[in-house]
Ligand binder design. Structure first.
Ligand SMILES: *Cc1c(COP(=O)(O)O)cnc(C)c1O
Length: 389
């Protein structure tokens, strides 16, 4: 059996995979088993921050592999400590809990919020407000946080204590007046929900109310974080600092790593035994992440913003395209045709893109070379225009 057949027979059928088998690549170019090249505009869903086979990241990872690959969290290890230091220094938050995925990073944030609500206002203050069309993960609690009915079906009962609202000031005030709220959790750019950046006025209201009512503000930066938005974290576009920031995906550059950054109010909310993870802060993943983070500097971020402008200029108002939205290199292109159809046609033509609801979602490596980006964007443009009057 070939890989397609073996996978279909033995791997749980939770993914509708595209008929592409990746066998290798370099940077933003991937190769399939037949030697066909693809320009990668998905980077493993915003994970491969500097593409595949990135030399500096490989060096950082292999150097650590040559020392020890794991210690458990019973002992100290330098990469995890240094990574926490780097994350805190660059965000102004105080402490970090490490895990292995976005869902776990959010679970930790939810635990911190509940503990904070109980400590400051009593045990009935546990509600967490999230947004419609959000995505926070696949565990039963992060599914409950996710404001999309389609993900809830078949898995009830979900964890209680979540309320979903549209991102408007009125809806926010109504929720905060009705429930005993411990925290509001938002993606600054909802990714899976359709690449939807929040309106500054809504964020202002959120920051104001959270402060006034002593409610925690949690930013889920699993997808939009780590340089993707054109700033290190997307909240930095809006001029405030959240109480908790969660991230994963691009932080590890390709190895599993989740991080929950805790600000002033919750820096000391956890005491030994309250949370843990066997693999969390793994030294190999952390050594790789330190390398990734050190390279997300002002020059790189400026180039992300420049590349973003290039894509907006090329695709906004193009034939067969209704709109372009997003921040930095997290972009949602709404074609006239179904997004799935556009992505399938792009694959035929050697471009890997993603979908998010009715949009074609672009999440290229942050260092994608200009010529590859231009070539891929032209293909998207042609595919979107095909057969449109
Ligand atoms: C992908 C994603 C998650 C879940 O991350 P996993 O690593 O798959 O658990 C959570 N929040 C957002 C915003 C995401 O994009």
């Amino acid at each position: 059996m070939n890989t397609f057949e073996t996978d279909a027979k033995y791997v749980a059928h939770t993914y509708a995979r595209f008929p592409v088998e990746i066998v290798g690549g370099k940077g933003s170019l991937l190769y399939d088993r037949d030697g066909k090249a693809y320009i990668d505009l998905g980077s493993g869903i915003a994970v491969n921050t500097f593409g595949v086979c990135d030399d500096a990241w490989i060096s950082a990872v292999t150097e650590q592999l040559g020392k020890f690959q794991h210690t458990s969290n019973l002992y100290y290890a330098e990469p995890c400590a240094r990574l926490a230091e780097a994350l805190c220094k660059r965000t102004g938050l105080q402490k970090v809990f490490f895990s292995n995925s976005g869902a776990e990073a959010n679970e930790c944030a939810i635990k911190a919020a509940r503990a904070y609500g109980a400590k400051t206002k009593g045990e009935d203050t546990y509600t967490i407000v999230t947004l419609n069309n959000s995505f926070h993960g696949r565990t039963l609690t992060t599914l409950a946080a996710t404001g999309q009915e389609v993900f809830h079906a078949q898995f009830r009962p979900l964890t209680e204590g979540f309320v979903h609202i549209d991102p408007t000031e009125d809806a926010l005030l109504a929720a905060l007046d009705t429930h005993k709220v411990a925290a509001v959790m938002v993606e600054i750019v909802r990714g899976e929900g359709g690449v939807l950046p929040l309106e500054p006025a809504f964020v202002d209201a959120l920051v104001r109310e959270a402060k006034k009512r002593d409610i925690l503000l949690i930013c889920d930066e699993v997808q939009c974080g780590n340089g993707r938005s054109g700033k290190l974290y997307a909240y930095m576009h809006y001029g405030f600092t959240p109480d908790i920031v969660t991230t994963a995906k691009g932080l590890g550059g390709g190895l599993p790593l989740g991080a929950t950054l805790l600000g002033d109010k919750v820096a000391d909310i956890f005491t030994p035994g309250m949370n843990g993870s066997t693999f969390g802060g793994n030294p190999v993943a952390s050594a790789g992440a330190l390398n990734i983070l050190s390279r997300i500097d002002e020059d790189l971020l400026a180039s992300v913003r420049r590349k973003s402008e290039f894509v907006f200029d090329a695709l906004e108002n193009a034939k067969g395209i209704e709109s372009v939205a997003g921040l930095g290199l997290m972009l949602g292109v709404k074609p006239v045709k179904p997004a799935k159809e556009v992505v399938s046609r792009c694959i035929e033509r050697g471009v890997l893109a993603l979908t998010a609801k009715d949009k074609v979602r672009l999440l290229p490596a942050l260092n994608i070379p200009d010529d590859l980006l231009e070539k891929a964007v032209n293909i998207i443009k042609e595919v979107c225009a095909e057969g449109i009057e």
